[in-house]
Ligand binder design. Sequence first.
Ligand code: DGL
Length: 271
Amino acid sequence: MCAIMKVAPSAPLLFFDSGVGGLSILAPARAALPNAPIVYAADSAGFPYGTKSEAEIAARVPALLGRLVERFRPRLAVIACNTASTIALSAVRAALDIPVVGTVPAIKPAALLSKSRVFGVLGTDATVRQPYVDRLTAEFGADCTVLRHGSAALVQLAEAKLRGEPLDPAIARDALAGLLGQPGGDHMDTVVLACTHFPLVEAELAAAAPRPLAFVHGGDGIARRIAYLTQGQEWPASRPSGKAVFTRLDNSVAALAPALADFGLTQMEAL
Ligand code: DGL
């Protein structure tokens, strides 16, 4: 039904995350749909999500998405955040009357890829303890040893990288050590980047790894899903400039401007 709904060509795709992580989801979507108008919303006032409780996320995310949809009238919303999706996806879907695409840990592709049958799930502390992850693991990784580790420091590393700050290599090393040091970690061959910030520091993770590891995340699958849900809809004739919206504008947000421009987000405003 969604695919045949008449939407204005100017109706944007809305991407939502606590910070810059959702850019790892935006990038493949922009490649698939180059002329899509984009609103990228970051809850800078609520960042970080990964150290918050389920109750805090569940109270915050649906209300914020509601305000964003009212203001920008998107054709579709993408929760480009594993923490928000694994906790609040169904509440957001119930609250909105547009299609909502969630971002959940890429456990299925990792289980298909892992030859050793040991893979890791590297996410935020909040994500790795979710029943949603238990369910994905039971459904797709039942014959695997699935190690989990949460890293708040790696989220900060990705934000620092996009602000152009110098990076401490110990952070990526420690995050991987949290998986490799667990029983079975010696055989781990694949790591699910189960926080959208982490693909932004994949190069740092690969450089810190003591041996080659395959890193997987859901960005390409989400781009395909967005293309499917919007097929038959009209887009502007040329690529419009994208907009980044923040729940708080401060100096650390201002420092992101050059990186945001690399993702086509040349306008910045406060919600
Ligand atoms: N990027 C988010 C995720 O995918 C959350 C990062 C955070 O705010 O802690 O989980």
